[in-house]
Design a binder for this molecule. Structure first.
Ligand code: AMP
Length: 114
């Protein structure tokens, strides 16, 4: 845990959130500023700054995040159409430097994403 990290504080309960799911590896909660009718985040308990900071030890963890995210999408009514986003770096729009998988759905998604 990084004591200065917003998402570490959410995992530890020091900052409240609308939790969807947690287990020994991952944690999921609704985004505070949703960009779609359904928008939640899946994060690992382990503090990793972002996709570019992943190590080979983390490969299984990222796979689990995807599998849990898809299951939660299904359970929340967007299993047939959802977008998965990882932002890496401020230039790409990353604002919280604890890796997180956005899952968005409930409206048509367009491409290119902008
Ligand atoms: P990113 O811009 O990819 O780093 O995504 C960070 C996301 O975290 C944004 O979509 C924010 O709306 C969301 N966020 C920031 N603070 C909170 C919070 N306290 N609870 C839930 N979501 C948050």
């Amino acid at each position: 845990m990084d004591p200065n990290c917003l998402f570490c504080k959410i995992i530890s309960g020091h900052i409240p959130c609308k939790k969807i799911y947690e287990d020994e590896d991952v944690f999921a909660f609704w985004d505070i500023a949703p960009q779609a009718p359904k928008h939640f985040l899946v994060i690992p308990r382990k503090h990793i700054a972002g996709p570019a900071a992943l190590g080979s030890d983390d490969e299984q963890l990222i796979g689990k995040m995807m599998r849990v995210g898809a299951r939660l999408a299904r359970e929340n009514g967007i299993g047939d159409g959802f977008r998965v986003v990882f932002n890496n770096g401020a230039e790409a729009g990353q604002s919280v430097f604890h890796i997180h998988m956005h899952i968005l759905g409930g409206r048509p998604m367009h491409w290119p994403p902008g």
